[in-house]
Design a protein around this ligand. Structure first.
Ligand code: SAM
Ligand code: SF4
Ligand code: SF4
Length: 509
């Protein structure tokens, strides 16, 4: 991004809120802000690089006649053009890189070619003629009307299509959203396959690890900054919170954020390998077997993560957000390396969390947290939902983890339960199971779109009607006083519980 090269002196003109956001996206740390450029302050700021942060070019409101003659004033649309130009160049380079990983037959080449042609035509008819403002309004409407479904891709695909500058202007103008409190995007990083996300996949990705050499560059790119800004400015205008994000009601540190960017994220979740010994209904349709091309990709992703030494600066590392930590050779390879993280959180299906694997990992880190996903309190339900798993082995391993916690060898021991049609009646028993094991927390998660069901089937199974309130039977189950126990974490369902309380009313119970 072209910025204050000749001189380090930078002046922003406009409202403080907008100027501070623009400075953040341009990665300018030292600057002054004035509301207007008057004839009187001409001498004082003559040798400054000036950015006028006003939506209307050369606004009379902000600059007087004498200032208008100054050549090197940059306006918001200059900044936007620059952002788009650089992003386009990068995107072209990235596409070239990605081609290395595309298995293309002649047929798919032809389809790809036709698809691209149609896209160009469509862009010519609509894209290039639609002014920024219209695109932004369309985006606003889409979000305000919640006109995106529980299936996350519709919404994210739309955002992905927009020019970077449209996102920039949209975020810049978005009002503060008082209903959301979350700071995950500012302090976390989530690597899902080759994509780098700030918090989770409910928001646009910062970029692909396959197309950039350096994790640091992606984390601090203009795109990443624009995405992070949507949290820093308190608008959360890019979050797909309604239908997807599991985090937005968890953390609550929203007040008075400063536009400050940390060099490295405090916590990182790794989810770059899907390999697993199970094939749970909620997660996938069949056992996943990695093909040669994906192996090559994953090798490259792993080496880039390790080469960047990014993880050495991380306080909390979670492995694995996808796939099984003790089964994947990639996660094992990564954990062999001395990463110098303060603590590690093992997220696992628990079926391989036995003495042998514990002995392998126990000396590699100082502090361990363990999260085990179970989704059932009975053996029949377990084998139905967690295909390939053995409930008796799992219970044996859970008791083993419980003993490690009692000995003080692990700090936290939590259980996860994805609420779905086949298991919701077992939720009270699951709390009793957790209590008998002495766990810290049991998190009941809403079922999201992991691509294993069609939209219709997912909507039936997740027990959330219209993405607004819970299925009546699930709501009734949740009236059990056991859910008031402090170890129960219903934060992912809270919004729906509140809406259901209003919808069904306590008297119907
Ligand atoms: C994909 S798993 C990967 C880690 C490990 N294999 C495990 O099962 O815990 C990460 C978490 O996602 C949860 N999960 C699986 N399918 C889900 C879905 N459709 N919606 C929401 N969470 C899901 C799992 O229960 C687990 O807590
Ligand atoms: S609300 Fe969700 S999508 Fe938005 S920043 Fe927080 S974790 Fe990310
Ligand atoms: S939820 Fe976890 S254990 Fe189940 S298939 Fe997915 S990655 Fe494997």
């Amino acid at each position: 991004m072209k910025q204050a090269k000749e001189t380090n002196k930078v002046l922003f003109v406009g409202s403080e809120r907008i100027c501070r956001q623009v400075a953040y996206v341009l990665a300018i740390e030292n600057y002054k802000i004035v509301e207007t450029l008057t004839n009187e302050n001409y001498d004082q700021y003559q040798d400054y690089t000036i950015y006028v942060c006003e939506f209307k070019r050369k606004s009379k409101k902000l600059i007087t006649k004498i200032w208008k003659s100054k050549k090197d004033i940059q306006y918001l649309d200059d900044i936007c053009r620059q952002i788009d130009k650089e992003y386009l160049v990068n995107r072209r380079r990235h596409r070239k890189e990605l081609k290395k990983f595309n298995k293309k037959t002649l047929l798919s080449c032809c389809f790809g070619w036709i698809y691209n042609l149609l896209k160009v035509v469509w862009h010519l008819i609509n894209g290039s003629t639609i002014k920024h403002r219209r695109k932004i309004n369309k985006l606003k409407k889409l979000i305000i009307n919640n006109n995106y479904s529980i299936i996350k891709s519709t919404y994210l695909d739309y955002l992905q299509y927009l020019d970077l500058s449209v996102l920039f202007l949209y975020v810049l103008r978005a009002p503060v959203n008082k209903n959301i409190q979350c700071s995950l995007l500012e302090s976390h990083m989530h690597i899902i396959d080759d994509q780098i996300y700030g918090c989770c996949s409910a928001i646009l990705s910062f970029g692909s690890l396959l197309t950039t050499d350096n994790l640091f560059d992606i984390y601090h790119s203009v795109k990443a900054r624009i995405i992070k800004l949507s949290s820093l400015n308190g608008s959360y205008c890019l979050c797909n919170t309604y239908s997807w994000c599991p985090h937005f009601c968890v953390s609550a540190e929203n007040s008075n954020k400063s536009f400050f960017e940390i060099k490295y994220p405090k916590s990182v979740t790794l989810a770059f390998d899907r390999t697993c010994n199970l094939h749970c209904k909620s997660c996938r349709n069949e056992r996943y077997i990695m093909d040669d091309l994906t192996q090559k990709k994953t090798d490259l992703i792993l080496s880039k993560i390790l080469d960047s030494k990014f993880l050495n600066h991380t306080q909390n590392l979670t492995v694995a957000g996808q796939g099984e930590v003790f089964y994947s050779r990639y996660y094992r390879k990564l954990l062999e390396v001395d990463l110098q993280c303060e603590n590690i959180c093992i997220m696992s299906n628990g079926t391989l969390f036995n003495e042998e694997n514990w002995n392998w990992i126990k000396n590699k880190y100082n502090l361990f947290d363990v999260i085990i996903s179970v989704d059932a309190a009975r053996a029949e339900t377990y084998s139905k939902l967690r295909c390939g798993g053995d409930f008796q082995i799992l219970i044996k391993n859970l008791k083993f983890i419980s003993s490690l916690k009692n000995e003080g060898l692990i700090r936290k021991f939590n259980l996860n339960f994805v609420v779905q049609r086949d298991n919701f009646r077992e939720m009270p028993d699951f709390v009793r199971l957790g209590k008998s094991l002495g766990v810290n927390f049991i998190e009941f998660q809403r079922m999201n779109d992991y691509g294993s069901f069609s939209k219709e089937i997912l909507l039936q199974r997740c027990l959330i009607i219209n993405d607004e309130y819970l299925d009546y039977e699930l709501w009734q189950v949740l009236q059990d006083p056991i859910f008031k126990d402090p170890i129960v974490d219903l934060s992912g369902l809270n919004r729906y519980i509140v809406a259901s309380d209003i919808k069904y009313g306590k008297n119907k119970c």
